[in-house]
Design a protein around this ligand. Structure first.
Ligand SMILES: *Cc1c(COP(=O)(O)O)cnc(C)c1O
Length: 394
């Protein structure tokens, strides 16, 4: 019999009995939409991230949109951002009728190049939307410096970066306190903590936090939790046009179980990343990623760069992994190369050589908490075979 080994997936969400029990508890309580569980999840996240305010929403895409809207970004404004990101980053800017201005990234951090931001600023620039791509922190301190000099708002797309850290004046802190005005996280199953779908906005500004809470729930003057628990009849009012961006209590209950294990999850991912790094020393095909200076990744993804001059193409390399039963993904996409943006109507951009290099010369290897030693060995075995083949072909 020819039984193929099971596929090593790129990611396998780690959902267990704790999540099942917590979700069941919420179902039995009879309150399933945004309520006490969301509030508890927000408080636990704020403590874990060491930030004063955390507001949960339906996903990170709407978190980004809400962040920009709350900062007053609107028609005619420009927002400087990375093309090298999941397309939701650019789409959030277009969703508030503003224009993305794509700036290139630094290959070492995968994030916006602080030196390229100033030349892209115009009288219409309102904000900078940075991305902590794949969990690798961008050079946020240098970018905040530029923003402060020009009076610009900074939003951090931290979709992938829960638990990633930067070192500030000798002290480690988590991404999302935040250093910019607002940070946005995603709880999609592809990320390090999942609630199925889900998002979070963090800020140090109580006024912004109050705006998030109002606008995520139709700008309703009194929350339904308060209304239901009041001894007196109260009529709510709708203060301005807004929308429904709520997270549900079912999602929050799952998230609370995930959060209780998050420290262990991140340690495990860092251990797996170190095994890859050790296995890839002097590999003739791949360069292992490294933590950016003064930063620590949560290793949401494990992106390896294909060395210049390697005989096999990115596609051929990915095909060989697939033939060995291993899922991979090419480098992060670039919005300026997607049909939605490439004609230049909706965004402004010049040459973005580093972004294009990072899409076309990078392969994401499987890395997820719960990955077994034998699964990871199958991946490193293919890396070693590719190395031997490359060496013998020279
Ligand atoms: C996943 C992701 C998003 C979108 O998050 P959702 O919660 O799926 O809306 C936005 N930006 C980046 C960089 C992402 O990786």
């Amino acid at each position: 019999m020819n039984s193929k080994p099971p596929l090593v997936p790129l990611v396998r969400p780690a959902l267990g009995e704790a999540e099942v029990d917590n979700a069941a508890r919420v179902i039995r309580s009879g309150w399933v939409t945004q309520g006490p569980e969301v509030l508890a999840f927000e408080r636990e996240l704020a403590t874990w991230l060491d930030t004063p305010h955390a507001a949960a929403v339906a996903n990170c895409t709407v978190a980004l949109e809400l962040a920009l809207r709350t900062l007053g970004v609107g028609p005619g404004d420009e927002v400087i951002t990375a093309s090298h990101s999941f397309v939701a980053t650019a789409n959030a800017i277009v969703a508030v009728s503003a224009k993305p201005v794509f700036v290139d990234v630094v290959a070492a951090t995968w994030g916006l190049d602080p030196l390229l931001i100033e030349p892209a600023i115009t009288s219409r620039t309102k904000a900078i939307l940075v991305v902590h791509q794949l969990g690798l922190p961008c050079d946020i301190l240098a970018i905040v410096d530029v923003a402060n000099r020009f009076g610009l708002a900074v939003v951090e797309d931290a979709a992938c970066a829960i638990g990633s850290e930067i070192c500030v004046e000798g002290r480690w802190e988590k991404i999302g306190r935040p250093r910019g005005h607002i940070a946005c996280f995603s709880f999609h199953p592809r990320k390090v903590l999942t609630t199925g779908d889900g998002g979070l906005l963090t800020t140090r500004d109580p006024v912004l936090d109050a705006r998030f809470r109002l606008l995520r729930q139709h700008a309703m003057s009194i929350s339904d939790v308060k209304r239901h628990s009041s001894d007196e009849i109260v009529f709510e009012e709708y203060l301005e046009p807004a929308f429904n961006h709520r997270m549900t209590d079912l999602q929050a209950a799952i998230g609370r179980s995930q959060l209780a294990r998050l420290d262990a999850t991140i340690s495990e991912r860092r251990r797996l990343a170190q095994i890859y790094a050790d296995a890839l020393v002097d590999n003739a095909v791949f360069v292992a990623p490294a933590d950016p200076p003064s930063a620590r990744s949560n290793w949401q993804s494990y992106p390896v760069k294909i060395r210049p001059g390697v005989k096999l193409s990115q596609r051929e390399i990915m095909q060989l992994f697939l033939a060995a039963g291993i899922a991979t993904k090419r480098g992060v996409s670039n919005s300026h190369q997607e049909p939605a943006y490439r004609d230049g109507q909706r965004a402004r951009f010049g040459a973005l050589p580093v972004s294009e290099h990072l899409r076309d010369d990078v392969v994401l290897l499987p890395l997820f908490h719960g990955m077994s030693g034998s699964e990871q060995s199958r991946v490193t075995a293919v890396c070693a075979a590719l190395h031997e083949e490359e060496k013998s072909s020279r």
